[in-house]
Design a protein around this ligand. Structure first.
Ligand code: SAH
Length: 376
């Protein structure tokens, strides 16, 4: 059996009539043999599989899954004196489709992407508390954004354990970040760039860096921590720039300037030259039918950066569009290089970090890809 965790609605021949979103359902084959148990939702993905064994989806189930997920992060050595930011549960990658849990220095932030997980949130919070013990002081449920379309249900955000004022300071690779899960995007921080920021740090000493689509400044701060001579951070959102400025102040870094601008426009004609440019745009394509347009967008953006970067410069370029795979993305950057006509070499191939694992049975879990290219 392939053990893929999704059952599409088109694959279901017969279903009980009174199914509600979020119900725990058994999936049977045409001969009524048990296949799996999962959360039902009246949508394209009709069932998200929780177990291929016939077991109860109860407190003990969540306890075991969360123990396993936390143990992986311990084995990955992510709980350290210099690091207290990580993804604890990454949906299908941790055998819990529809559930994201992020961790910020003793605060766990839950984000449910399915009604089933939302209905199980008390079990999830209990399990987090019992597994993390004194390593968790507050648990916040932030699911109103991700379940907004479920208007038949009242989705409320709030604390399930303790309480913690925001912004709350947490550490990523020795850099302090203010985290605000209540007002921030997603759960408050883009955790998936931790290792790629660290890599930028390796190349940053004495360099002049432009970090576009900076959000709360993750790449900028890591570059400054590692001795960059000057960093410019750019985002179209004034709120994002405020977060970046606050993080710069928190770490008492200097040699930094923020720019509120549309990166796609700004990069067409840079007023100054940089040794390192970071391009980390939001997903240009959320669906397959937007893929062609998105590729054109990535190509233009990358071509503009490649054209203007200093000789001997590094471009850190990313795509978090799940529908654009790493080969397509690499080919798009190569096409941009050919258009620009400079000598460009791919020196690093980047991806999502280990706390965003990809289940062998769910290759769709791969979404973040990036390249470091060196430009002569
Ligand atoms: N690199 C960031 C995460 C990027 S998230 C980090 O390491 O944390 C994408 C960011 O792009 C958001 O902050 C959003 O405000 C910004 N953004 C979206 N469209 C933009 C545009 N056209 N120009 C500049 N910034 C944009």
């Amino acid at each position: 059996m392939r053990k893929h965790p999704w059952v599409f609605s088109g694959a279901i021949d017969l279903a009980s009539e009174d199914l509600q979103d979020g119900d725990v359902v058994e999936v049977l084959d045409s001969k009524a043999n048990f296949l799996a148990v999962g959360h039902f939702q009246n949508a394209t993905i009709a069932v998200r599989i929780l177990s291929f064994d016939n077991k109860a989806i109860d407190a003990n189930f969540f306890q075991k899954k969360i123990e396993n997920a936390v143990q992986l992060r311990r084995n990955l050595n992510l709980f350290r004196p210099d690091n207290s930011i990580m993804r604890l549960i990454h949906g299908e990658g941790d055998g819990l489709p529809g559930l994201i849990v992020d961790y910020y220095n003793k605060v766990a932030v839950i984000q449910c992407h399915s009604v089933g997980m939302y209905r199980a949130v008390e079990h999830i919070a209990q399990a987090l508390h019992s597994v993390l013990k004194e390593e968790v002081i507050a648990i916040y449920n932030k699911s109103s954004d991700t379940l907004a379309h479920k208007d038949q249900m009242e989705i409320k955000d709030g604390y399930l354990l303790g309480n913690c004022p925001t912004p709350h300071v947490a550490l990523e690779n020795g850099v302090k970040f203010n985290i605000d899960w209540i007002n921030g995007q997603k759960t408050g921080f883009f955790i998936d760039q931790r290792e790629n920021r660290a890599l930028l740090g390796k190349y940053a000493k004495g360099k002049k860096v432009l970090n576009t689509f900076c959000y709360s400044g993750g790449f900028s701060l890591t570059a400054l921590k590692n001795g960059a001579s000057l960093v410019h951070s750019l985002d179209s959102s004034a709120k994002a720039i405020q977060l970046t400025d606050d993080n710069i102040a928190l770490n008492q870094f200097e040699s930094h300037q923020s720019i509120v601008a549309d990166a796609v426009e700004y990069i067409k004609n840079l007023p100054e030259q940089y040794d390192v440019i970071v391009l980390d745009p939001p997903a240009f394509a959320k669906h397959r039918d937007k893929r062609h347009k998105a590729i054109q967008g990535y190509k233009r953006l990358n071509a503009n950066a490649l054209r203007q970067i200093k000789p001997g410069g590094f471009l850190f370029t990313f795509s978090c569009s799940q529908v654009i795979d790493k080969y397509l993305f690499t080919n798009t950057v190569i096409a941009a290089a050919i258009e620009v006509g400079r000598n460009v070499r791919i020196v690093e191939q980047l991806h999502q970090p280990a706390d965003h694992p990809i289940s062998a049975y769910h290759p769709e879990g791969e979404y973040l890809k990036g390249l470091v290219v060196y430009v002569d």
